[in-house]
Structures are given as C-alpha cells and as structure tokens.
Design a protein around this ligand. Structure first.
Ligand SMILES: C[S@@+](CC[C@H](N)C(=O)[O-])C[C@H]1O[C@@H](n2cnc3c(N)ncnc32)[C@H](O)[C@@H]1O
Length: 321
C-alpha cells in the first residue's frame, strides 16, 4: 500500500524534528522568489491585483494563471533567497539517507542561488533535468518603447524549466549503497531505457488546475516521471517539503510510493488535502497502470491515506515523453 502523510507547518522545523537518514528522495518546487509566498504577496494574489504576481494577458480567450515576477527581486531579496536555501540544504542533507536524490524545480534566472548552497551543504550536483515547456516568460519588447524597438526582445521567450539534480554522497560504492540504503541511482524507465534528463512537458492541464487551484501547480505527467525515477529500487519515502497543491504527493501515490508533504499555508494545505487522491485518480484515468483503487482510511492528526499500488511491470507516465 502506498501511503502519504501531510503536515501543515514550516518544513524547516519539521526537518529539524525528523530523524536523520529517514527520507529516500526529495522532489520539490520551492518558493523561488520567497516574496511571492509572503503573506502580503499572497493577499495581493488572492485579491487579483498588484505585487510580485503578474497576471499574463489572455490568449485565444484563455485566462492565464498568475506568474511570479522574479525580475523584481532586489539584491537583498537575492541574498535572503540564498540564505533560505542554505538553511534548507543543511536540513535536507541530514534527513536524507546516503545516496539519495534531491530534484528541485528552479528557473534560469535564479538557479545558481539554490545550486551553490546545496553544494556547500555537501550535495553532489548530478546534472539538471530539463523540462521542455512553453511558458509566457520573456519574449517582450522594451517596456513603454515597443514601437521604437519593435525588433528587440529584452529576454528570450523561455522554452524550458531546469530542475537541479543533486545527490547526498554515497556510503561507499553505488552498488554497496543500493544494497544498504536502497539509494544511489535513478530508476530506469524500463530495462532498455534509462531515465533521461530532457522531458517534454505541457503546461499543467486545466482539469488538474480545477482539482488543485494552486498558482504553481506542476503537471502530473511530469511529476510522475520525476518521482518514479527518484527511488531507484521503488522503495522508500519521497518528501516534498514545499507541497503547494500536492502534485508531488499525488504523483507518488499514483506510482505506488510512500510520501510526505509539508505546506505552511493553511489554504494551500486544504487544497492539497482534497486534491491529492483526485489528482492521483485523474492521472490513473489516463494511465491505467497507476489506478488508485482503494481508500483505506485516516490515521492520527496527519491525513494518512493508502491506495493500492500500481502494477510494477508497466512503467507509468510515459505518454508525455
Ligand atoms: C512553488 S509552490 C509549490 C507548488 C507545488 N509544486 C504544486 O505543484 O502545487 C511552493 C509552496 O511552498 C510553500 N511554502 C513556502 N515556505 C514554506 C515552508 N517554510 N514550509 C512549508 N511550505 C512552505 C508555499 O506556501 C507554496 O505553496
């Protein structure tokens, strides 16, 4: 049975209280501007105007989701961001078992501010996973001078999202670490196909956004590929310390892995709590291998729901490749 536990609170404090060497992967999408998830900015987002959240223009009659405006960060915001990731990195490396992977969503403007603190805390950089996705970032002409500089774009229109791939150093050789800690590598897509570091991906589908109306919701088709790869032997616990609308936990549930999600905002927490089984089932409808079939109840103060694991033979979530 795949199980998950959700905690409403600060992930830093949660990691401080968690035993060392007790988590087998972290797959997460942190608050990249810090600012955008402050109380003040969330209020502006929920009111629908102002602040760091940019409401992109409608396109073909579709209303777009708000995007945080990372270019407005000041030097001191950047210093705070780096400090935040230093705090995160020190805690993350302690709770992970040796050889475990950490996959962290970022963006091309700010990735260095998280990669360096992770390496300084002792993580090995193992590359980057490139999510090929068309976004509405970049591609604009100079503000208030569109006509004058009609042939100029200030920044490229972004077509990719980097995910930093890090590993806590292994305890000896990879094979020894795999035997002892069940970690050290990434799960293959199949015997013939290794996990690859370029993933074609669509923006999150409107159906998923309706299930989990979080402004930064990641798509199940992507998350299931990442989460599945994160446990090389399919055993262990996946942690998402910045759970948001619950896409990592839902993906873990869909592929049959145990997971833990932490979220500090009570409104987002409630969204995730309701959305996770539905997102897992939504994915299941399109990926029969991960059909979530049985709800077995709740335990303790943290919601803990178990669903029957998928067939191990069929690798899930390949349709987006
Ligand atoms: C970028 S969003 C994650 C979105 C998520 N990947 C999804 O698909 O829904 C980051 C989340 O981290 C939460 N957060 C920020 N600081 C936190 C902290 N210290 N502990 C736990 N959650 C935090 C924010 O409230 C926000 O919901």
């Amino acid at each position: 049975m795949a199980r998950y536990s959700l905690y409403l609170g600060d992930c830093m404090q949660w990691m401080d209280e968690r035993s060392a060497n007790s988590v087998h992967a972290i797959v997460t999408d942190p608050p990249y501007g810090l600012k955008e998830y402050s109380h003040e900015e969330k209020t502006k987002l929920r009111d629908g105007h102002g602040g760091v959240w940019r409401i992109p223009p409608s396109f073909d009659g579709c209303k777009r989701s708000p995007l945080p405006r990372f270019t407005v960060l000041t030097d001191s915001d950047r210093a705070r961001l780096r400090g935040f990731f230093a705090e995160f990195a020190g805690r993350a490396i302690r709770v992970l078992v040796p050889g475990c992977h950490l996959m962290i969503a970022t963006n091309p403007l700010l990735s260095h501010l998280v990669y360096l603190p992770l390496m300084e805390a002792g993580f090995e950089k193992r590359g980057e996973i490139i999510r090929l996705v068309k976004t509405l970032r970049g591609g604009d002409r100079p503000k208030n001078a569109h006509g004058e500089f009609a042939d100029v774009t200030v920044m490229p229109r972004s077509g990719w999202e980097p995910w930093g791939l890090f590993r806590k150093p292994c305890d000896g050789r990879v094979q020894d670490n795999l035997r002892k800690w069940k970690a050290g590598g990434l799960r293959r897509i199949s015997q013939d196909q290794p996990f690859e570091d370029v993933i074609r991906s669509s923006p999150t589908r409107p159906e998923e956004r309706r299930i989990a109306p979080h402004p930064s919701l990641k798509p199940q088709a992507l998350m299931r590929q990442l989460v599945r790869a994160a446990l090389p032997l399919g055993a262990g616990i996946v942690l998402d310390p910045f759970m948001g609308g619950g896409s990592t936990v839902a993906a873990a549930l869909a592929v049959g892995y145990d997971s833990i999600g932490i979220e500090s905002d009570s409104a987002f927490f409630r969204i995730a709590e309701r959305a996770i089984p539905k997102l897992a089932e939504f994915a299941a409808a399109r990926h029969p291998a991960a059909k979530a079939t049985q709800r077995i109840g709740k335990e303790g103060p943290n919601v803990t729901v178990g669903l029957r694991p998928p067939e191990r033979a069929a690798p899930p979530a390949l349709e987006a490749r």
